[in-house]
Design a protein around this ligand. Sequence first.
Ligand code: G3P
Ligand code: CA
Length: 290
Amino acid sequence: MFVRTATASTAAAALLGAGALLPADRPEAPERQTAPVVVAHRGASGYAPENTLAAADAADALGIDWVENDVHRTRDGELVVLHDTNLKRTTDVEQVFPDRAPWAVKDFTAAELAKLDAGSWFGTQFTGARVPTLTQFLHRLERNRQKLLLEIKSPATYPGIERDIIRVLGRSGWLDRSHVRNRLVIQSFGAESVKKVHALRPDITTGFLGTPAVADLPSYAAFTDQINPSYATIGADYVAAVHRLKGPHGKRLRVNTWTVNKAADAVKARDYGVDGIITNFPDVVRDATS
Ligand code: G3P
Ligand code: CA
């Protein structure tokens, strides 16, 4: 922040002589915003195949602590990390299991998913990357000392997934005081799913993905700590409206916006006052906003 006291200004003016224009006396001296937290979207997915261990490592290599991912559930109940509800775009499932259209994640077992290549589509150097289980992903973030913004994807497709996620987080050591306070946020586009997480574990920080009307924000503040909207839907006024409210933990609601990949947009988002920026290119956003 550019902070200047009246006393210091007066003393400096005396030294420079009457009428001298001090830098901070110039009209419209810009207020510098605090640098937002940078979150690697699906890992550093501009540089490595999204939602793989390689993408988490790519974020780590850039010095990025926060990683966002997307969680689904297999037919036999394993939690796995990938974005789409089907496997076509980011794996070779159509070659390996040609008779299993529409290749929905929920129709495959964990053992079947483990046979798929989730890296080649992005680049040959990633051939052999797998769809990680949530447990594998958590272990990798732990090894890297990273933090997780976990998205529950399509929660209506997976009844009870909130409890499953909490069970896996607990078994992996992610529900101790240190992780819960500093290294974990659970978010979803499904408000009911976020409410369930909050009811099951009120100590966990939660996020709602979307842009609720300002008039509706107080009802969200009952169960979510963050409102995480698309960058295209917000401006400084919206961010300020969210910031006027306190969440279930008595702290000001936070705003993490997505998906911002260009430096100029990152600067605009920062100047709107957002707390975090979710991006495929975390180095670009960090360098533009810090
Ligand atoms: O974390 C925000 C963002 O990931 C939401 O959209 O479709 O990329 O999961 P999507
Ligand atoms: Ca996501």
